[in-house]
Design a protein around this ligand. Structure first.
Ligand SMILES: C[S@@+](CC[C@H](N)C(=O)[O-])C[C@H]1O[C@@H](n2cnc3c(N)ncnc32)[C@H](O)[C@@H]1O
Length: 308
């Protein structure tokens, strides 16, 4: 599966408008997925190059096919964006701009064998990087109750406290292996059939924990900021209020480093701003985009420019 069948990118014109300034620099797509945003960036600036990262080898295979026409202007690597500074070319050249399009791709969400889906009978997996780490079934079997509770709360799962207790009780007698097991735990807490959105919030909370998505974002944002060239832009699309809050706070702090410092610090001791926020409010998809691509509905784009 490649192209829009793999994943239909959201907010493409907003991304291009903020991100692409330098006509021939090195751009980062830190979540290249099926390569939709990457293709748009490479088309917008015919001299620039792009490094595309993803944790998922199937994403990189799809992106490789989709981006083949751009030849050696593209390089792909299986790496988390939080490790971007491990890339020698990035360290040497620095980035002309960087994009993160967070969350899971349609490919990951739609294929039962990837184990993200709330459809019936799906074996729970949810790993973006299939070559390593604990899958969702293993996580639910072993995660301490306190960590499970904070993951469910952080991911906005319904009735997080009761649900964490229920999962711990169920797993004492039998493993939660499939989507049905997880939905059954939720419904026994709700005492009624769960709505689609309740199931989706629960599965999203588990997915975020399986992939350490919050930690990757918290560490990845400053890692990318530090390898931007002066004047370069970091654009981030998030689909979840927790992610969006992390991005918003980071961008604000970097733009006003006196935030959170003691109020009477002498002026000379205040650190200077590292850059400025370009989006006072996040950019959201219009009705037309949502009608064409309903998964774009929760997308929020924020952009920040490193000081020149
Ligand atoms: C919403 S999709 C991106 C779609 C892409 N913009 C496109 O146009 O096809 C998110 C992608 O980010 C990847 N991903 C999530 N967290 C990551 C991380 N920390 N580092 C690298 N890739 C990550 C996922 O595997 C998934 O393929």
């Amino acid at each position: 599966m490649t192209g829009p069948d793999y994943h239909r990118p959201a907010l493409v014109s907003g991304v291009l408008g903020y991100l692409v300034g330098d006509p021939d620099g090195l751009y980062l797509d830190g979540t290249v997925g099926g390569g939709g945003h990457a293709a748009a960036i490479l088309t917008r600036c015919p001299q620039c190059r792009l490094l595309g990262l993803d944790r998922d080898s199937e994403a990189l295979a799809a992106a490789r096919t989709r981006l083949a026409r751009f030849g050696d202007r593209v390089r792909l690597a299986q790496l988390s964006f939080r490790e971007v500074a491990d890339d020698a070319e990035v360290r040497l050249e620095r980035l002309a701009g960087a994009l993160l399009d967070l969350g899971a791709s349609s490919h990951q969400l739609d294929l039962d064998r990837r184990g993200f889906s709330i459809r019936r009978g799906v074996r729970l997996d949810m790993r973006m990087d299939q070559e390593g780490g604990r899958d969702a079934a293993a996580l639910l079997a072993s995660v301490p109750r306190r960590d499970l509770l904070s993951a469910l709360r952080a991911g906005d799962a319904p009735r997080a406290g009761a649900l964490a207790a229920r999962i711990v009780r169920v797993r004492a007698t039998r493993a939660l292996r499939t989507s049905d097991d997880l939905v059954a735990a939720l419904e026994s807490v709700l005492r009624r059939p769960a709505s689609h959105s309740e199931k989706a919030r629960l599965f999203q909370a588990v997915r975020i924990e399986v992939n350490g998505e919050i930690d990757a974002l918290r560490r990845g944002l400053p890692a990318i900021r530090d390898v931007l060239r002066p004047g370069a832009v970091l654009a981030v699309i998030s689909y979840h209020s927790i992610e969006d809050r992390i991005v918003k706070r980071a961008f604000r702090e970097w733009s006003d480093p006196s935030r959170g410092l003691p109020p009477r610090l002498p002026l000379r001791d205040l650190p200077g701003a590292l850059g400025s926020v370009l989006t006072a409010k996040p950019v959201r998809p219009g009705a037309e985009e949502v009608a064409e691509n309903p998964r774009a509905r929760p997308a929020r784009l924020r952009a920040w420019r490193r000081a020149a």
